[in-house]
Design a protein around this ligand. Sequence first.
Ligand code: FMN
Length: 231
Amino acid sequence: MTTPPPATFDLASVDHVLKTTRSVRRRLDLDRPVPATLIREALDIALQAPTGANTQTWRFMVITDPVKRAKIADYYRLAAEAYVGGKTGLSRTGVTMMREYASSDLRQQQREAMMKSGGFLMENLQRVPVMIIPCIEGRFEQDDVFTQASMWGSILPATWSLMLALRARRIASAWTTLHLLYEREISEMLGIPADFTQAALLPVAWLTGGDLKPAVRLPLETVTYWDQWDG
Ligand SMILES: Cc1cc2nc3c(=O)[nH]c(=O)nc-3n(C[C@H](O)[C@H](O)[C@H](O)COP(=O)(O)O)c2cc1C
């Protein structure tokens, strides 16, 4: 039997936010400004995330300037075209994000909706009222796995907390990384120092329409091992 949560803690609401923080692309309100106070509130919550050795070397670039948003969107489109065209996205060990699955596979069935939604964001990114680029101090491409995991682990949890905190305020966002193919150009434009690494780009806007739903994912048993990795 699980221990009941303390009375001050609304577990159902917390679970709802955790389960329904989707990558929102088509339901971003492109016309309604997002108040800076809400962005600050959510960022303040993000700062509660873990940070390797308490370094707190995270930085958050908030972009509202329409000219800068348009330039970022142009780079994003260039990157998306290269990615969809198969010109990038393959790791040195051959792991690719652009995988094909069997037609019976859930991920293949979900693919068309993802591509459509991704296409919408690609065409409209410049219209999203706020973009947030989380950054971490250091460049670690050439480092060992311990260092890389420590650096990414010091910015990605905060980024996810940020999405959750926004979502709890009915502000939608999406986790995106395509713009990183032009990371250097975008850093130069925004004045991000060369020794900082960008981790993601969150388009941020009010959510339109009704509530969001939990995603259908591969079953837990197929992605979990206890004591022994079998199979
Ligand atoms: C590391 C990472 C990179 C991603 N990059 C992009 C991106 O560049 N553009 C985009 O539209 N979605 C991007 N996504 C969103 C995924 O497509 C999305 O998480 C996935 O389809 C599952 O949908 P959901 O987040 O709504 O559950 C990214 C997600 C992750 C975790």
